[in-house]
Ligand binder design. Sequence first.
Ligand code: BES
Ligand code: MN
Ligand code: ZN
Length: 502
Amino acid sequence: MEFSIKSGSPEKQRSACVVVGVFEPRKLTLPAELLDNAARNYISDIIRRGDMEGKSGSTLLLHNVPGTLCDRVLLVGLGKEKEFREKEYCDAIRSAVKTLNETGSFDGTLFLTETAVKKRSVAWRIRQATIVAQETVYRFDQFKSKKDEVRRPLRKLTFAVERRNELAPAEEALTQGLAIADGMALAKNLGNLPGNVCTPTYLAESAQKIAQEYAADGAVACQILERADMEALGMGSLLSVAKGSHQPPKMIVLQYRGGKTDEKPLLLIGKGITFDTGGISLKPGPGMDEMKYDMCGAASVLGTFKAAAQMRLPLNLTVLVPTTENMPGGAASKPGDIVTSMSGQTVEILNTDAEGRLILCDALTYAERFEPDTVIDVATLTGACVIALGHVATGLFANDDGLARELLHAGDEAHDRAWQMPLWDDYQEQLKSPFADMANIGGRDAGSITAACFLSRFAKKFEWAHLDIAGTAWKSGSDKGATGRPVPLLAHYLLKKAGKLN
Ligand code: BES
Ligand code: MN
Ligand code: ZN
């Protein structure tokens, strides 16, 4: 879809459809009022008759509105003005774009972007509208022989701003929004691909493609570590997870240098289990297909990387993706096996289904050689996190309160929220093993915390945060699919770091 920014009055737009908002009960927003004046109360008459109450998410499409230059007018309910917040704003954009797409408008001009959202700037409104619009038209139908074709899909969206001096920040926000939406689409595509297609090799090739795409600037490089490289490095923990699989494991290293040469990089690590059967500690059958999403951490850091490179952010960013399948088999790791991680610490594998931490710990140790300022790992790590926070908030753990605050704030800004959980030493005891330096599980209690505690033992050399996205990376049910989270959170964090947020 094409996007543009405009400032001008709604009645003068030559567009297939002009979209304006109505608050509940029956209160016109300013652009709606301007249209209504030009149309000699045509709109307020309709509203008075009760055809549009202004309820959040409701829409009413009007044809032949007098006094205007557009083919149609779409009224979108915004809910009560007092309760109009980020969520209501995004809902309104979503229903507008959905309706435009379904009702055969080739292009649309949205005046919803002029409506103030408490504490949010014009740039925020435009960035968010761009992301939501792209999300609304996203489809994953590459494996459908017959696609559900939209007859005349929406091709062009214009966002209106009230004042001319808002055009420049809005344009910049649009560019950012498009980059973030592209990063999310990449994350969703990778997540939605089935495990027989999206293998560790496929992820490595995708990373190389990203590197090629942005290679022109000379700022992006990609390196893939193979099994032999990992053996030489002593990544015994990661390799123990790959033992049961016929697919070779990979460690992806992607580097972007947009900052000063001597500036230390930010480092993102993504869990890349392309399918998690549980291994010998086999998972139950029902719903196991969803374990193709166990690489959504990897997908999200690759998506964030793409967004950062596309925005040419003035910072240095390194992405690490340890990736393998977790399969049972004659060669697979068994409960009770003891492995030596790259750090030298030994781990007793009490449950082969707690494999995410086993690949992440070696990536954390490998991260040390990049002398990063900050390391953030992203992982569909524990079912326990879903029990704790459901599908709303990502679980956040950190060994540094400043970093935790920055990430919480970024999540808030991006409406891709996280919630901090404790990482107190008291929980470390649950990881005690009689035979090795630690066990890979800490029992049922506080499952997402003990998983984070395990990781913290490999993250002593830098500021580190861990995002458990088990509940937020994908949706189950009839409209199942990857969400692209937490690309918005991470992208906002990077934008803020780069001083590019308005
Ligand atoms: N990939 C799973 C975590 C998961 C489970 C994500 C359900 C989303 C939904 C992870 O590898 C896993 O299996 N974790 C175990 C850990 C346990 C054995 C300590 C879990 O959560 O059950
Ligand atoms: Mn598992
Ligand atoms: Zn897993």
